[in-house]
Every structure is written in structure tokens, then in C-alpha cells.
Design a protein around this ligand. Structure first.
Ligand SMILES: Nc1ncnc2c1ncn2[C@@H]1O[C@H](COP(=O)(O)OP(=O)(O)OP(=O)(O)O)[C@@H](O)[C@H]1O
Length: 307
């Protein structure tokens, strides 16, 4: 798959607040990629997206689209991308979804007929077709979000940049969103999606970018990273009493022990050869409940998005 977007060494300090929001960030988005761009509040995700879209000018670094430098002249990027940015509206609230599709589709070179057809086909998938003539201002927040995503997808762009597209969406709409994004990626689109919903990120994306205090701290294939993490065995234990100091010493000599709540513990066995010995220690504890669990994106996030 070819590289659609290259972000190279971008940095941005906001003069007003003197905050270094983005620090030397680099990554690629390939055709067919769904990249989950994750990080805590204020980590620098939106600023990075705004630099890509030339809405914020970087202090250093370059943006390339299809190999062409679009850092300061992003017409090519805008022509080939669909965006949904947090807090800024990519549609007109006084207009209905259909009117927005026709206007925004027209800007992207679509005929009225095709703009309507594309927009309504997406609304239908979200079961929202009966609202096609209702002004966007009169829709619920979740519905507005869906119409925003329809507008971003209207011209079947090569690059999709979606800032928190699942904000306010119910379970069914989130599932539809996952299917739509995966369908677009299967047709060759490259997608960057920011979200705080890690289960959504894990279900939709094939790659993860994690930013912390403006610095990219992880860029990896999600499956690979989870497979690596799940070489470990994790036990969740509920005991009838607290672990004694002596028991604690035996456990931490072999594995990691984390106290969750009173009498509830998590034990992570990193080395499989230690498992028989760990099981022996566990068999001597007053266990009320024992579960094993696999690691997920929450664990990656906890490891990398610390202060
Ligand atoms: N226009 C601005 N002027 C000054 N500082 C800003 C501006 N926009 C963002 N910042 C600061 O830059 C940092 C990064 O903000 P940004 O919006 O990029 O984070 P984010 O990762 O998108 O956060 P969230 O998940 O909360 O949306 C924050 O400390 C924020 O206060």
C-alpha cells in the first residue's frame, strides 16, 4: 500500500499560552490504514491534525501528501481529504443534511445527484434517513455528529481525518461507524481517527499512534503490540483477606503484583516458565474468585500515557 500522508518532524508552540503542544512528531499514513491517534486531554492530537490541515502553522516540520509538499499550500490535501474536527463545524447548521450534501459535494466537484446519493446512502446506514430534510441545528448532538461524518465522506476522499467521530454516538451508530471506516479503508482510503474510546480504537484501527505531552511515544501495529503484550498471563484475584507480607515477597520475586481494591489483586506473569511456581503460590492463598484476562489497548495506554 502506498504512503498517502507523511508528517515529518512537526513542532508547534502556541505563543499565547507558551505551550509546546507538539514536539518533533513524525508518522506516515498509508492507503488502507486506519490509524487510531490516542493521547490524554491536551496531549496534542488536535494541534497535530490542525497542522496537517494547515489550520495551524508549524514552527518546524513538513507535511507531504502523495509525496508532494503541502505544508503551506494544502489545496491538493484539501481536495483529497474529508475532515471532521472537534469544535469546528464542517457543515452549515441552518441547512438540512441534504442541502449540506449538495453544497459540500458541489465544492468537491460532485453533481447534485451524486452528492445527494452519496450522502443519503451513508445516512441510511445510520438509520437517519427520516431526518434528511431537518435543519442540522434541530438534530441531537449524536445525529449532528453522524451528519458531520457523512459530509466528511461525501466525495469518497483518499484521506479521512476525524477528530473524535464517535462523540455522542450510541452503540449501534458506533458499530455502523466502524463498518463504514473499515469499508472506506478497504477501498484504499487512509484514515486518522482520534478518540478517547479505547474499545472503539481497538475494534476499528490497525495502527496506533500515542502522543503524550506533545511527543509521539508509540507508533505500532495494534495486533502486533497486543500479541506481544499477551505473552503474559494476568490473574485477577479476590481473596478473603489481604495478602500477607510473606506472601507478597514470594509473589513479587516471580511476577508483578498490583493491588486493585481491598483484597483484590492483579498478578502478571511475564515469564511463562514461572507459571507452575506461581500457580503453586496461588493455590495456597484464600481465593474467593480467580479470573484470567488478556491485555487490551487500555494497558498500552496506561503504560505510555503516564504523566
Ligand atoms: N489555540 C490555542 N492557543 C493556546 N494553546 C492552545 C491552543 N490550542 C491548544 N492549546 C494547548 O495545546 C495543548 C494541546 O492541545 P490539543 O487541543 O492539541 O490537545 P488534544 O490532544 O487534542 O486534547 P483533547 O483530547 O482534550 O481534545 C494543550 O495544552 C492546549 O491547552
Amino acid at each position: 500500500m502506498n504512503t498517502l500522508l507523511t508528517v515529518k518532524n512537526i513542532s508547534k508552540t502556541y505563543q499565547k499560552s507558551n505551550v509546546k503542544a507538539v514536539s518533533n512528531v513524525s508518522f506516515n499514513v498509508n492507503s488502507g490504514d486506519i490509524v487510531a491517534f490516542l493521547g490524554s486531554n491536551g496531549a496534542g492530537k488536535t494541534t497535530t491534525l490542525k497542522v496537517i490541515l494547515n489550520l495551524v502553522s508549524p514552527d518546524q516540520g513538513k507535511i507531504f501528501f502523495n509525496g508532494q509538499d503541502v505544508t503551506h499550500n494544502n489545496l491538493l490535501l484539501l481536495k483529497n481529504s474529508g475532515t471532521l474536527l472537534e469544535g469546528s463545524q464542517n457543515m452549515f447548521f441552518a441547512l438540512s443534511p441534504i442541502e449540506n450534501f449538495v453544497y459540500l459535494g458541489g465544492q468537491r466537484g460532485l453533481s447534485r445527484k451524486d452528492a445527494k446519493k452519496n450522502g443519503l446512502a451513508i445516512m441510511e446506514k445510520f438509520n437517519l434517513i427520516e431526518k434528511k430534510n431537518t435543519p442540522v441545528a434541530e438534530l441531537s448532538r449524536g445525529m449532528q455528529q453522524i451528519v458531520g461524518v457523512c459530509c466528511a465522506l461525501i466525495a469518497k476522499p483518499k484521506l479521512l481525518i476525524l477528530d473524535e467521530p464517535t462523540l455522542g454516538l450510541d452503540l449501534n451508530s458506533t458499530k455502523t461507524m466502524i463498518k463504514m471506516l473499515q469499508f472506506s479503508a478497504s477501498k484504499g482510503a487512509g484514515i486518522i481517527v482520534t478518540t478517547h474510546q479505547l474499545d472503539f480504537a481497538q475494534r476499528v484501527a490497525n495502527r496506533i499512534l500515542l502522543i503524550n505531552h506533545g511527543k509521539l511515544v508509540l507508533s505500532d501495529d495494534i495486533k502486533n503490540r497486543l500479541e506481544q503484550l499477551n505473552q503474559q498471563t494476568i490473574f485477577l484475584l479476590k481473596l478473603s483477606r489481604a495478602i500477607s507480607e510473606n506472601e507478597k515477597d514470594k509473589i513479587v520475586a516471580l511476577c508483578k503484583l498490583k493491588s486493585i481494591t481491598q483484597n483484590n489483586y492483579q498478578i502478571s506473569v511475564e515469564n511463562q516458565k514461572d507459571l507452575p511456581q506461581v500457580l503453586k503460590i496461588l493455590s495456597e492463598l484464600p481465593i474467593e474468585n480467580l479470573q484470567t484476562r488478556t491485555k487490551d489497548l487500555n494497558d498500552i495506554f496506561e503504560d505510555y500515557a503516564r504523566d
